[in-house]
Design a protein around this ligand. Structure first.
Ligand SMILES: [Ca+2]
Ligand SMILES: [Ca+2]
Length: 449
């Protein structure tokens, strides 16, 4: 019996087989519609069960102070001197990430020793919100290359799996056809991608589809050869709530960060409730942050500069997918610093409506282009510091990309703590409490007196 049929058999046991058929159809339909389609039959081998002798686990898995999980399962090890017939202990580690991906269950921790590994494709493995399955680089030099076997060309693929953590890997090299992504997540909830260095990449560096509750934090995502640095796409739930926080995103072929409801892929066609904060998004070849069919989302404390190396619409662009009729709406764009010599800093098009734009610092260097361009005229733009020339009169050292406001800038303390019942962020991009001095500063940085 093929492993997949075995799984279906198990589900048949738990539910009715009619329901199972329906689930399969829905999942496969979704995947076909996702931006980069996949083959459900991955060729992933599921190894035979292994009797492990677990080593004493650490008390907690500490991703950093924001995400701490207890180790409730088994701690396994992967090392370049291991073999997959080992029990996966520290002294007798496994050799491949793919083997580990076939063995893990809820609450398990996989620690990967320094070295270079083929990537992995994890399917139908389910952690829980407080007991995720964690893949963690133990050292600082754990390199993950594209998946060696199977149909996926990504370096890491997480699919039909929930509550998986990918922590601390150097995800580099890509397939020659550039079809694979650095890290790909599809039809999965509660996935955390943290502390990885992802790039250069073939297609996207970090790509997600139908992935509610995904958290993408403290990664570098750079030099995607075909698409975006970070792409969050496709939805079939009103409860999307992706978090994209404190990443550095640069040198990507299209946009730095894109969120797209992708109505053409089915589902509800909107991404709702995203939080995009504290990112540095620079020197991408198209837009900085592209928000297509996105609603009730907050973009704050981002530093965005030097994008549109080739083409692009804005540092932050609020739009709609052509033909979808799902314009970006009710988003809050607050306390960002945006420096775009070649295009608008913030631009609203394609029916974008009811977006609130305040406390931003926005420089645009393109002639005849306003720093904040509302081409729809139904958005609320208030209390921003905007200018089109003489950057040195505003920023401490724009040549060195120091975009803090100069100390005697009239912008200092000119922002609002609350506007239209929406609060400005309580800290700045570096964690400094706001406001300092006589009031809130606009932009990503709060000056300390
Ligand atoms: Ca949605
Ligand atoms: Ca202030």
């Amino acid at each position: 019996m093929k492993p997949r049929l075995a799984v279906i058999g198990l589900i048949c046991f738990l539910f009715s087989c009619a329901e199972v058929a329906n689930i399969q159809e829905v999942i496969e339909g979704k995947i076909d519609a996702a931006e980069d389609t996949i083959n459900e039959e991955s060729g992933t081998s599921i190894p035979s069960p292994n009797v492990s002798s677990p080593s004493p686990p650490p008390v907690n898995i500490l991703l950093d102070t924001e995400d701490v999980f207890p180790v409730t399962g088994t701690t396994y090890y992967v090392a370049t001197n291991g073999t997959d017939s080992n029990p996966g202990t520290e002294v007798s580690p496994w050799a491949t990430l793919q083997h580990a991906a076939g063995q893990v269950s809820q609450g398990d921790l996989v620690l990967v020793q320094n070295g270079t590994y083929a990537g992995f494709d994890i399917r139908k493995k389910y952690g829980a919100k407080t007991q995720p399955i964690v893949f963690k680089a133990k050292g600082k030099e754990v390199f993950v290359h594209p998946i060696k076997n199977g149909n996926r060309k990504d370096n890491i693929n997480v699919e039909n799996s929930d509550y998986i953590v990918i922590d601390g890997f150097i995800v580099n090299q890509y397939d020659p056809e550039k079809k694979g992504n650095g890290i790909r997540v599809a039809v999965a909830k509660g996935i955390i991608i943290i502390n990885n260095r992802v790039g250069p990449c073939g297609r996207h560096c970090i790509f997600t589809a139908y992935a509610p509750g995904v958290k993408i934090r403290n990664n570098k995502a750079f030099e995607a050869q075909v698409r975006h640095g970070i792409s969050v796409s496709n939805s079939d739930t009103p409860d999307d709530k992706p978090i994209i926080r404190k990443n550095e995103v640069y040198g990507n072929y299209l946009s730095g960060i894109q969120i797209n409801g992708d109505c053409n892929a089915g589902g509800d066609g909107m991404i709702s409730g995203a939080l995009i904060e504290g990112n540095i998004v620079r020197d991408n070849y198209s837009k900085g942050i592209s928000l297509i069919s996105v609603e009730d989302t907050k973009a704050q404390n981002n530093l965005i500069y030097g994008n549109r190396m080739r083409d692009g619409a804005a540092g932050i662009h609020l739009a709609d997918e052509v033909g979808c009729g799902k314009p970006s709406r009710r988003n809050l764009v607050v306390n960002n610093t945006i420096v775009e010599p070649r295009m608008a800093g913030i631009r609203m098009t394609d029916g974008a409506v009811d977006n609130i734009i305040f406390n931003n610092v926005v420089y645009t260097g393109k002639p005849n282009t306003p720093p904040i361009a509302d081409e729809v005229g139904q958005n609320d733009i208030n209390t921003n510091l905007t200018f089109i020339s003489m950057m040195e009169n505003y920023f401490i050292d724009p040549v060195a990309h120091n975009y803090r406001l100069i100390t005697n800038s009239q912008g200092i303390d000119s922002g609002k703590v609350i506007y239209q019942s929406f609060a400005a962020p309580a800290t700045d991009i570096e964690g400094t409490a706001r406001p300092q001095g006589r009031g809130m500063d606009p932009g990503a940085y709060e000056s300390t007196p």
